[in-house]
Design a binder for this molecule. Structure first.
Ligand code: GDG
Length: 469
């Protein structure tokens, strides 16, 4: 195949193969770009007064990165606005937090159009273009209008919302029609794909052509399910690194024989951290015998902290953690260690391995990689137990976890009790089955399957250029 061109809002290429400052996704895409000799295009993260067409080009760890700055108004309306205040909450079923501002949608279209105008002249006829995530949904439609005929694929990292919620978005029809410009649209799960097809069939009077394909509004939508995974070997190796072992020892020492539970999430209202703390509070209320014998380490790096709803959730979490600690702590024990900081990947692996229970209680999550990392970091002879929300994409595959409804405080409390009391034999059995899933859906499989399916699609006929307005 020709070159692979990856496009995402932010570009996070690693310095080299051992760079642990970036996530597994960035590592995997960088590896693909090295193999296919393409480049990675996106926003530099910088703001400029007026965009003058100037692009930054650099080589990082064998990958070519091409980025552009955005004007302050674009950052405000496209990134903070439409992406993070409109689409993110809507796609996570939070229409109560969704902002429907016309200026945001204009900024979103304007920025996508700009991305297309900068990208188009750099494309060669055999290039395959892979666009990522909700920031860039209409990008292919703008590329088609500029005459691009290359194969273009899209992967959504978030859930797709239920039709009844999506119709609250002004111009939802226009957004979905623009997706007809893609040759392949990928989701993490059958559930998200099903909701997308349901919209096409019920709302846009579409016709199912086969299990993957729907015709609607004069377009053909080819969909696929590609569950993302982690770099399993890298993570397992990381969990044996010197730093991980040191971290494990440090945690065991500071735990002083108590069982540790862990939560690792960006500070985001979709991650169900409040519900998790409430479930833990309920557990401590129900099981006096466990007080002082267990604690929860909640690692929560701040994210999107210029957005109001993120400041609100931050305040609520601080209040809740303080309240639970105030109520239950003693001079030599505190039930919740709540941290707003990040750790290196190997340190995280050590923390996961030291934890008797991993808590993933998202209220809605495209996949959730923490669930997979937690499993990969465990000691096979004495593994911890994963408690996993039914509302994550990961729950579709990781059925050997203790699956919970995080909205139900008492159910969560019961699951914590069950996890802490679980006999070794059952822990090993569940872990083996989870580890099989994690291994069989790793990040390289995800990436290669998507790229080869995209490559195998028929070349887009020039229909789209005329049909989008
Ligand atoms: C989106 C979708 C989908 C967290 N704290 C630290 C740290 N992290 C890393 C974790 C994990 C990653 O961040 C978070 O990934 P998730 O998948 O859990 O969630 P999102 O950030 O919301 O990701 C999600 C994903 O895209 C991929 O498609 O699964 O559903 O929302 O890798 O380890 N990493 C380090 N230090 C930290 O303190 N190094």
């Amino acid at each position: 195949m020709g070159r692979l061109i990856v496009v995402s809002n932010r570009v996070q290429a690693p310095k080299d193969a051992s760079d642990s400052s970036v996530g597994g996704l960035a590592m995997a895409l960088a590896a693909a770009l090295r193999a296919y000799d393409g480049f990675w295009f996106g926003w530099s993260g910088e703001t400029t007064e007026e965009f003058d067409g100037q692009m930054n080009v650099e080589e990082r760890g064998g990958v070519t990165i091409k980025t552009i700055p955005l004007e302050a108004q674009d950052v405000d309306e496209y990134y903070n606005g439409y992406a993070n205040k409109t689409l993110w909450p809507l796609f996570h079923h939070r229409i109560d937090l969704t902002a429907y501002e016309r200026s945001y949608s204009h900024g979103y279209e304007r920025t996508n159009k700009r991305f297309a105008e900068v990208l188009e002249p750099m494309l060669e006829p055999d290039d395959v273009v892979w666009i990522h995530d909700y920031h860039l949904i209409p990008l292919a439609s703008y590329l088609r209008k500029l005459g691009v005929r290359n194969r273009i694929g899209f992967f959504l990292h978030t859930p797709w919302p239920a039709r009844q919620l999506l119709v609250t978005l002004p111009h939802h029809g226009q957004m979905v029609r623009a997706m007809g410009a893609y040759d392949l649209i990928g989701f993490h799960t059958e559930e998200w794909r099903g909701l997308f097809c349901d919209y096409l069939i019920e709302q846009a009077q579409g016709k199912r052509l086969d299990s993957d394909t729907v015709a609607a509004s004069g377009e053909i939508y080819r969909t696929g399910v590609f569950p993302i995974g982690i770099d399993v070997e890298g993570f397992v190796e990381g969990s044996h690194s010197e730093l991980a072992i040191r971290t494990l020892k440090r945690m065991n020492k500071s735990g002083d024989g108590r069982s540790m539970m862990v939560g690792v999430d960006r500070l985001d209202y979709s991650k169900g951290i409040e519900e998790r703390l409430s479930g833990f509070e309920q557990f401590l209320t129900d099981h006096e015998e466990w007080r002082k014998r267990v604690f929860l380490l909640q690692v929560t790096p701040l994210s999107r902290d210029t957005v109001d709803s993120y400041q609100d959730i931050r305040e609520r979490l601080e209040g809740l953690a303080g309240r639970v600690n105030g109520q239950f702590a003693d001079m030599d024990w505190q039930p919740i260690r709540y941290l707003n900081r990040t750790y290196r990947r190997d340190q995280l692996a050590g923390i996961y391995r030291a934890s008797r229970v991993g808590l993933v209680t998202a209220l809605r999550d495209g996949m959730n990689l923490v669930a997979k990392e937690y499993v990969a970091a465990q000691n096979p002879d004495d593994p911890g137990v994963l408690i996993l929300s039914r509302f994550t994409g990961a729950a579709e595959q990781m059925t050997a976890a203790l699956l919970v409804n995080p909205y139900a405080r008492e159910e969560l409390a019961d699951a914590i009790y069950r996890a802490l009391e679980m006999p070794l034999e059952e822990r090993i059995e569940r872990w083996q089955s989870l580890m099989d899933v994690v291994r069989h859906t790793d990040i390289a499989i995800w990436r290669d399957t998507f790229v080869s399916e995209l490559q195998a699609t028929a070349v887009t006929p020039p229909r789209f250029a005329a049909s989008v307005h």
